[in-house]
Design a binder for this molecule. Structure first.
Ligand code: ADP
Ligand code: MG
Length: 266
C-alpha cells in the first residue's frame, strides 16, 4: 500500500499571481505523480512556470487551485523533508565550504562530529576534499554549485528539487557535474525534480522528461527515457533511443519556445 502511494502527487494544481493591474496565470491544471527514487526532469520555455512549480513543491508557495500531497498526506501536514537547489548560488559568503555544507545539520542540532563526517563524505564524493576550508569566493562556479548540491543532500531529504543547477557552467564542467549528480542521487536513493533548459541534459539525467507549454504552464508531453543506469554520459548521445527522444521532444518544445517568444503565452 505504502509503496503504491506516490511520493509526490500534484492534482490539478493552478497558480496565479495577482498584481495591481493584472493577474498572471503561471501554472494551469498540473497533474503529475512521482514514484520514490524517480528522477523527473522538466523542460519548458522561459517564464512558463518552472520555478513556480518547484516553489510549490518546496512549500514556499501555495497553489491557488488543486492539491499537493506527499506520500498521500496533504503537503501542509506532511513531514517529508525537501532539499532545494535554487537557480541562484546561495552559499553564505562568510562561511567556509564545509561550514556551508554543515549548516543544515547545525540548525537541526546534529552534533559536531556527526555533521563533519557526513559533510566531508559528501564533499569527497563530488571531488571537493581539500577545498573544505575555502570561502565561496575562492572557489570556481562549478565548485560552488557542487557545494550547493551537497548542502541540499546533507540532511538526507526524501525529495531534492533542482532549478537549472548547471545553467551557468561551461560544457565540460557541466558534464562532470551531471555524472557526479547521477551517481550521488542513485547512491542516496533520492526522488529528484530537476529543471533544465537543456533538452539533452533532461534526457541524459531523467527517468521521465516533461515538456511544459508556454505560460500558463501545463504538461504538454511526458516521455519515459528507458535507458539503463548507470548511464555513460560521454557516449549517451550515440544511442539511437536518445536521438529518437531528442528529436521527438525538441519538435514538441520548439513550438512552445516560439509561442513564448511571440508573447502568445502571456
Ligand atoms: P520559469 O522558471 O519557467 O522561467 P517562473 O516560474 O519564474 O518561470 O515564472 C512564471 C511566471 O510567473 C512569469 O511570468 C513570472 O513573471 C510570474 N511570477 C513568478 N513569480 C511571481 C511572483 N512572486 N509574483 C508575480 N509574478 C510572478
Ligand atoms: Mg525559473
Amino acid at each position: 500500500m505504502v509503496q503504491d502511494t506516490p511520493i509526490i502527487e500534484l492534482a490539478n494544481v493552478d497558480r496565479s499571481f495577482s498584481g495591481r493591474s493584472k493577474t498572471v496565470e503561471a501554472l494551469r491544471d498540473f497533474t503529475l505523480d512521482l514514484r520514490d527514487g524517480e528522477v523527473l526532469t522538466i523542460v519548458g520555455p522561459s517564464g512558463c512556470g518552472k520555478s513556480t512549480l518547484l516553489n510549490i513543491l518546496a512549500r514556499l508557495e501555495k497553489p491557488t487551485g488543486g492539491t499537493l500531497s506527499f506520500r498521500g498526506v496533504d503537503a501542509e501536514k506532511s513531514g517529508v523533508q525537501i532539499g532545494y537547489v535554487t537557480q541562484s548560488d546561495t552559499l553564505f559568503p562568510w562561511r567556509t565550504l564545509l561550514g556551508n555544507v554543515e549548516y543544515p545539520l547545525e540548525i537541526r542540532g546534529v552534533s559536531k562530529n556527526v555533521r563533519r563526517e557526513r559533510a566531508m563524505s559528501l564533499l569527497e564524493r563530488v571531488g571537493l576534499a581539500g577545498f573544505e576550508d575555502r570561502l565561496p569566493f575562492e572557489l570556481s562556479g562549478g565548485m560552488r554549485q557542487r557545494g550547493n548540491i551537497v548542502r541540499a543532500l546533507v540532511y538526507d531529504p526524501d525529495i531534492v528539487l533542482m532549478d537549472e543547477p548547471f545553467g551557468a557552467l561551461d560544457a565540460q564542467t557541466r558534464l562532470l557535474l551531471q555524472d557526479q549528480l547521477q551517481r550521488l542521487c542513485a547512491e542516496e536513493r533520492k526522488t529528484v525534480v530537476f529543471i533544465t533548459h537543456d533538452l539533452q541534459e533532461a534526457i541524459a539525467l531523467g527517468d521521465r522528461v516533461v515538456v511544459m507549454t508556454a505560460r500558463p504552464g501545463r504538461i504538454k508531453m511526458i516521455r519515459t527515457v528507458g535507458l539503463e543506469r548507470p548511464r555513460d554520459l560521454n557516449h549517451i548521445h550515440e544511442i539511437p533511443r536518445f536521438q529518437e527522444l531528442l528529436s521527438e521532444l525538441w519538435d514538441c518544445l520548439r513550438d512552445e519556445v516560439l509561442l513564448a517568444g511571440q508573447g502568445s503565452g502571456k
